[in-house]
Ligand binder design. Structure first.
Ligand SMILES: Nc1ncnc2c1ncn2[C@@H]1O[C@H](COP(=O)(O)OP(=O)(O)OP(=O)(O)O)[C@@H](O)[C@H]1O
Ligand SMILES: [Mg+2]
Length: 255
């Protein structure tokens, strides 16, 4: 426990950097970054294509490893884990949501959502019960037996979110979850993520290009060329996004 009232961060990043060697060049995808994300925050990372957003998200969720720096996520020093331990840790602590839903086409909504529970000791009846509960949370209890191909994009993303929460993870990590949705479905998904924070205290880390997200999140971080912008640079980037959105985001309370 900490000695004061400051909560322990769900994500603590210290000097984390990542570079890729590709053919002759060396791409510095992420310059050394330090950052804390506190429990129950809904955080967005924004920035141009290639600025390192997915690289950072993959490192936070233990899909990728940094070349430098240390990383404490959901109570675990990820640097200390080997590949198997990392996979097991991820299954228990992180719920992943992707741009293109990544559902299994031959499984019903219920079975897609129950899938992460196969790694637990729960019996089939309990897995089904939890999958149905998760689908109820995302408003899809009337679509339990539907296959992904018979669901709209917005509904498929709801199934994917149900799959991400079914293990009751500490952290939900979403890479452009509204990137493949129309405006109305995008708002619905952002609102659903906000609801997971509000109702269940989930910590959510999201990458997005969507200026609509500004109305739903607690904190926005801007990346540019692998650098986390701070101070005036960050304010300028935020202002540019609000301007692009027609100035109607920003301000106002959270839904
Ligand atoms: N596996 C890889 N091998 C080589 N270079 C990579 C690899 N993954 C990412 N990169 C490079 O690292 C940089 C950051 O990539 P990243 O995918 O994090 O960007 P991004 O901000 O998520 O972009 P986008 O908005 O297009 O998804 C880019 O220059 C990219 O080309
Ligand atoms: Mg990306």
């Amino acid at each position: 426990m900490s000695t004061d009232d400051t909560p322990i961060p769900v994500v603590a990043i210290r000097g984390v950097a990542r570079h890729y060697v590709r053919a002759a060049d060396d791409v510095q995808a992420l310059r050394p970054i330090s950052l804390d994300i506190l429990p129950g925050r809904f955080v967005a990372f924004m920035g141009p294509s290639g600025s390192g957003k997915s690289t950072l998200l993959n490192i936070i969720s233990g899909i990728d490893r940094p070349d430098e720096g240390a990383l404490l996520v959901a109570g675990e020093m990820l640097n200390d884990l080997d590949e198997d331990e990392l996979a097991e840790w991820r299954a228990r602590h992180v719920g992943l949501v992707f741009q293109f839903f990544n559902l299994i086409p031959v499984l019903s909504a219920r079975d897609n959502v129950a899938l992460p529970l196969l790694l637990t000791k729960l019996d089939r009846a309990e897995r089904t019960r939890r999958a149905e509960t998760a689908l109820r949370v995302v408003g899809l209890d009337h679509r339990l037996d539907h296959y992904p191909g018979t669901l709209s994009g917005g509904e498929q993303q709801r199934v994917a979110i149900a799959r991400a929460i079914v293990t009751d993870p500490d952290l939900i990590v979403a890479d452009e979850p509204t990137g493949d949705l129309d405006a109305r479905n995008a708002e619905d998904i952002l609102s659903l993520l906000r609801q997971l924070k509000n109702d269940f205290g989930k910590t959510i880390v999201m990458v997005t290009h969507d200026p609509r997200a500004l109305r739903f999140v607690d904190d926005v971080y801007h990346l540019d060329k692998g650098i986390l912008l701070e101070g005036e640079d960050a304010e300028r980037a935020g202002a540019a996004i609000r301007m692009a959105a027609g100035g109607h985001v920003g301000g106002g309370g959270h839904p």
